[in-house]
Design a protein around this ligand. Structure first.
Ligand SMILES: Cc1ncc(COP(=O)(O)O)c(C=O)c1O
Length: 402
């Protein structure tokens, strides 16, 4: 009676890391530094708790499946400002739905597409590799064929669009893209987004752009897919974008995000979610409105990340192929063998990092994650400085590259 599809999924990356380090003692005499999880340690603004408290009277109400009109309107206005769209471009009743965090929306989305094509063969769901593991899990559990697209240094850490041949796209039902990308911090420019969205219309697949790191950037705001493609297609056909407060407002515990774009897809999504998903409680949705309407804390947050990437640049120089990511809050370092490096950093420096292979949809030395480790720059500056010192210290004892 067990669903065999579930057995095709690895344990989630953090459980794989626990298994990799099982039985290995962290170097004694130093506190453990955990850089493996992308969970912001900057505090969320006080506005969050204050707004939840002010709405305590609505805990006894079921939230409506499409969220509150206020939430949808506020997020539409935010998206318009962020994407340079004229006010009123997005209709809160047609273009946007709340999510209890983008994770559940990204997962459920795969249930919207037919798992087989007209000839009875499995539909393909394309995704970057390395990736946020949920894209892969969603494809497998929906009965589709996951198709990883290498996103390597050679292709600017994004999937190479020239590789999307008509034969491949003919059976494709859904493409996930992440920009800024986790783990590499690469940003798809407007030309890239326009080209991929045009393919989605031509070959009739859904393009899902995960923009949950869009507000953590170094210099320029990463272009949003709605803004980039509006002139080509004002109807946003087959296009959905995903946003979250988890990284923008340091509020992963709030479980708040939204999906916006093609009204036809959103109607079907609402239908599905009425069966399948929990809606965010009303006091939390009110807090989300307050956070989307405030930019001060977001500007401060970005400044904190910039200072930490300054530290990393000074400490690392060109070690491990260091580059300053255009967006997101991860260091993606080429150490030759990510799993071996993660074990050494743990036993020699009590430093926990995630091997890139655990973020890959493919296995073995040729996998695009194999050579890398990911460090989440989520702690305060002193902790980051300590982590960088430990990393360099271990490499100076003996080269991390095998
Ligand atoms: C690329 C990416 N997408 C989506 C998510 C899910 O975020 P949330 O569900 O908190 O919005 C994460 C979380 O780490 C992520 O890294």
């Amino acid at each position: 009676m067990d669903n065999p599809r579930l057995d095709r999924l690895h344990a989630f990356p953090f459980r794989r890391l626990a298994a990799l380090l099982d039985g290995l003692e962290p170097r004694p005499g130093r506190p453990v530094l955990d850089m493996s999880i992308g969970e912001p340690r900057h505090p969320p603004p006080p506005l969050l708790a204050e707004t939840v408290a002010a709405h305590a009277g609505s805990w006894n109400r079921y939230p409506p499946p499409g969220g509150t009109a206020e939430f949808r309107a506020c997020c539409c206005r935010w998206l318009e400002r962020r994407n340079g769209l004229p006010e009123g471009t997005l209709d809160p009743d047609r273009h946007l739905l709340p999510l209890a965090g983008t994770k559940e929306g990204l997962y459920l989305l795969a249930q919207l597409v037919a798992p087989t094509t007209a000839d009875g063969r499995p539909a393909r769901i394309l995704m970057p590799d390395p990736l946020y593991a949920v894209y892969y899990g969603a494809a497998v559990m929906a009965g589709a064929e996951p198709r990883p697209l290498p996103a390597t240094a050679e292709s600017g850490f994004l999937p190479d669009l020239d590789a999307l041949r008509p034969e491949l796209l003919a059976r494709t039902a859904l493409v996930y893209l992440c920009s800024p990308s986790n783990p590499q911090g690469a940003v798809a420019d407007a030309a890239y987004l326009r080209r991929l969205a045009a393919r989605a219309r031509e070959f009739d697949f859904i393009l899902a752009v995960d923009e949950c790191y869009a507000e953590i950037y170094d210099r320029e705001p990463p272009p949003g897919a709605l803004g980039a493609t509006r002139e080509d297609d004002p109807g946003f056909t087959n296009l959905l974008v995903f946003h979250s407060l988890s990284k923008r407002s340091n509020a992963p515990g709030l479980r708040s995000g939204f999906v916006a774009g093609d009204p036809r897809l959103l109607r079907r999504f609402l239908h599905l979610r009425a069966y399948a998903a929990a809606v965010q409680p009303l006091p939390l949705m009110a807090a989300a409105v307050a956070l989307w309407e405030d930019e001060t804390h977001v500007v401060e947050n970005r400044a904190l990340y910039r200072r930490k990437f300054d530290l990393a640049g000074t400490a690392l120089g060109d070690r491990f192929g260091f580059y300053r990511p255009a967006g997101g809050f991860f260091l993606w370092l080429d150490v030759g063998d990510g799993e071996a490096a993660a074990r050494r950093l743990w036993t020699e420096a009590a430093l926990k990092v995630l091997p890139g292979s655990f973020l890959s949809a493919t296995e073995g030395p040729e996998s695009p994650g194999h050579r890398y480790i990911r460090l989440a720059m989520v702690h305060d500056e002193a902790t980051i400085a300590d982590a960088l010192e430990r990393l360099i210290g271990v490499a100076e004892q003996r080269d991390l590259r095998p």
